[in-house]
Design a protein around this ligand. Sequence first.
Ligand code: ADE
Length: 323
Amino acid sequence: PSVASSSSRLSVPVDEAFEFPRNRLTVQETIGEGAFGIVKRAIAYGIGRVPKATQVAVKSLREDVTYQDQYEFMKEAEVMKSVKRMGSHINIVNFLGCCTQGAGPLYVIVEYAKKGNLRNYLMSFRSQENSLVTWREDLELCMLSSGNTLDGNYDKDTLSQRMLLSFSHQVARGMEFLASHKCIHRDLAARNILVTEDNVLKIADFGLARNGEYYKKKSRGQIPVKWMPPEALFDMKYTEKSDVWSYGVLMWEIFTLGGMPYPTIPQEDLYGKLMEGYRMEKPPFATDSLYDTMRRCWNHYPDDRPDFSLLVLIMERQLVRVA
Ligand code: ADE
């Protein structure tokens, strides 16, 4: 495909329902970057029928991308729009509008999440040195390291087991919504969940096109082998139940505070190990029954895995227990 210079941009028909005027958008610093895309923070005036300034995130493409990339980018926007037409959900990154007309880059405007992605957020609770992370009696997760005592004043948040459970619950809720609208994520992982200022979790990147080259080329995540079930690894079969497997891996990431799955297994050996029945161990911060839930998500046969509605109920039952 040819390279589109800034003067040769893909022409996109206007969609009045979602078009947002560029002059009501003040674009600010870059908050995320990939091989093709850039995400910037912005202020939008009067978006979503509210007559005020709202912090938003705007996604755009790099200058030197191909027509094919522009096309894929618009396809992602179309998926987000079609989900949006069916309603919003607090646990997804909702689409707010786009700028496709006039001079300037194609912009897709989505909700902003101040605390960034869940993996980095969880890792920020690990302490730097060889420290001990332990549960206190009140189930607060505390970081013990030199110069950082239990009674110290933390200027950052403290994590609790309840919060980790709430994270698992919120992701299950967002996925239940997406699954009910026949949206299969295909790359559910902590790196693709965003955290707002109020610790609301939002599933991101559910609109990405994942067939073919575009996805493979992305330096951001190649193929996320360690989040994929056998049927997706072996014959690219993606369903709600393959997202459920990934959800099990995501729970494991949550309860290891952003651990890397299967750290000692090379990607190319994973399929064989899974077929032999190998599964990850119980993370230190998970209870036996949470680990049991992970193992159910990792059942070999998709039909033997719970669906997201059941996972929501399971998480609610667990939340009541630690209330
Ligand atoms: N990085 C990527 N997308 C983002 C968003 N919507 N909010 C904050 N950071 C992001």
